[in-house]
Design a protein around this ligand. Structure first.
Ligand code: PHE
Ligand code: NA
Length: 434
């Protein structure tokens, strides 16, 4: 068998993992989830979910990936003595389904880039969204987005994924800082900051059962957890650096990008149609933002920059969603990477035709409320109870973590995460079917 690929360096791995994490979840979903769930109150619960549950879960995936040096399916079957293959398979199927609707939204972003150049959405944000978000235009743009994703993944781990993300991540950071700075100069922006940053704890108390699953789903989604994507990425690690340190960097950078997106979006909305504009379904954020760009000086240029940032973010994540199932096929059947990327991408494109006919919201809710918590639940139980010896050994490799920290992590993974996630799943299922 050919030598398994690896990242060129630790920094290369971190860029790729940050690229996977930073995506539509940060810049599209995070602001509209925040707006739909009461603003700053949601932000508080979300940050707790990211740091208390998301961060230790990312460590689980890194531990499993680096230990097994395999894709998620083979990793679970090897470390779990064959009986846990199903848990890896759930993740691979989930990343497949997620890629299909993710690519449809990526296609919307392409249409909005075109709309920024032509002025197509100016003064008619709702009509424009209607014409690009479903049907033939949506399918065409979805095909373009998927084709770019396939091309990058076909290029390989180091030359495709690592190279692309090393360019896109710095660009996203610089452009978002610029957008947030510009937004602060708008008159009327103050109301946006207030809504975003001063929590009303009464809102949390009154909406606990809807805020918790939304915040938890958002935390898993934004950190690319549950689907074996981070398992696959960690499996390409050549040497032993500190996994806790790498995870901390990735979680913090991902959080910075989401917060920055809020610092751009909320003042822009407050200065135009109001912050409430982004609350509601998947499409409202696009309509609200395009509406805002139509009312602002230089709005067309700002819109262009914003949607380019969104496209980079989406692509650096979609390649990881394609990589997870592809790495399984490459490892398992030894087929050429480019062929696998095309095959997996095309099937995912076909599944995506359903969301391209107006079901993005349904796919999104299903992934957030059900698929993600189910997948994370199995991953935690597996790492904590089945592969526990391997997990603990691997966590310690390349770090100076004390015995105490390792034990705390193990019990957190064994008990706290499963209980919290099972409760979240219960709430999520109830919400999804109501
Ligand atoms: N983390 C990505 C985002 O925030 C989405 C993603 C989820 C990517 C799961 C890979 C795996 O947009
Ligand atoms: Na993210």
């Amino acid at each position: 068998m050919a030598q398994r690929e690896t990242w060129t360096s630790r920094v290369g791995f971190i860029f790729a993992a940050v690229g996977s994490a930073v995506g539509l979840g940060n810049i599209w979903s995070f602001p509209f989830q925040t707006a739909s769930n009461g603003g700053a109150a949601f932000l508080v619960v979300y940050l707790l979910a990211v740091f208390l549950i998301g961060f230790p879960t990312m460590l689980i995936e890194f531990v499993i990936g680096r230990r097994s040096k395999q894709n998620a399916v083979s990793a679970f079957s090897e470390l779990g003595y064959g009986n846990w293959t199903f848990a890896g398979a759930i993740g691979v199927v989930a990343s497949f389904i997620t890629l299909s609707f993710y690519s449809v939204v990526g296609g919307w972003v392409i249409s909005y880039i075109v709309g920024s150049v032509t002025g197509g959405y100016l003064g008619q944000a709702g009509t424009f969204f209607g014409s690009v978000s479903s049907g033939t235009v949506a399918i065409g743009a979805h095909a373009v987005f998927m084709a770019i994703t396939i091309a990058i993944v076909a290029g390989g781990v180091a030359d495709g994924i690592e190279r692309a993300t090393k360019f896109m991540i710095p660009a996203i950071l610089v452009l978002l800082v610029g957008l947030a700075a510009w937004a602060s100069t708008l008159s009327g922006s103050a109301a946006g900051y207030a809504y975003y940053l001063s929590p009303d704890f009464g809102v949390i108390a009154n909406n606990f059962t809807s805020i918790v699953p939304s915040a938890m789903g958002q935390a898993f989604f934004t950190l690319s957890l549950g689907f074996g994507v981070m398992i696959a990425y960690a499996s390409y690690l050549g040497r032993d650096d500190s996994l806790p340190a790498d995870s901390a960097i990735i979680v913090v950078l991902n959080t910075v990008v989401a917060l920055l997106a809020g610092f751009a979006v909320f003042p822009i909305l407050a200065a135009t149609s109001g912050v409430g504009g982004a609350s509601g379904g998947a499409g409202t954020a696009f309509v609200a933002l395009a509406g805002a760009f139509g009312q602002l000086p230089a709005g067309q240029i700002i819109g262009l920059v914003f949607f380019i940032v969104l496209l980079f973010a989406a692509l650096s994540s979609s390649i990881s969603l394609l990589e997870a199932p592809s790495s399984y096929v490459v490892d398992r059947y030894g087929v050429d990477r480019p062929k696998v990327a095309v095959g997996v991408g095309v099937v995912s494109f076909v599944i995506g035709i359903a969301p391209a006919y107006g079901y993005v919201g349904l796919f999104n809710d299903f992934v957030f409320n059900i698929l993600l918590p189910v997948a994370v639940l199995f991953i935690a139980l597996f790492a904590g109870w089945v592969a526990n010896r391997e997990s603990v050994d691997e966590l310690g490799r390349g770090t100076t973590l004390g015995e105490g920290a390792t034990t705390l992590w193990l019990w957190w993974v064994r008990v706290v995460i499963p209980i919290v996630v099972a409760y979240t799943l219960y709430l999520g299922v109830t919400n999804f079917y109501s």
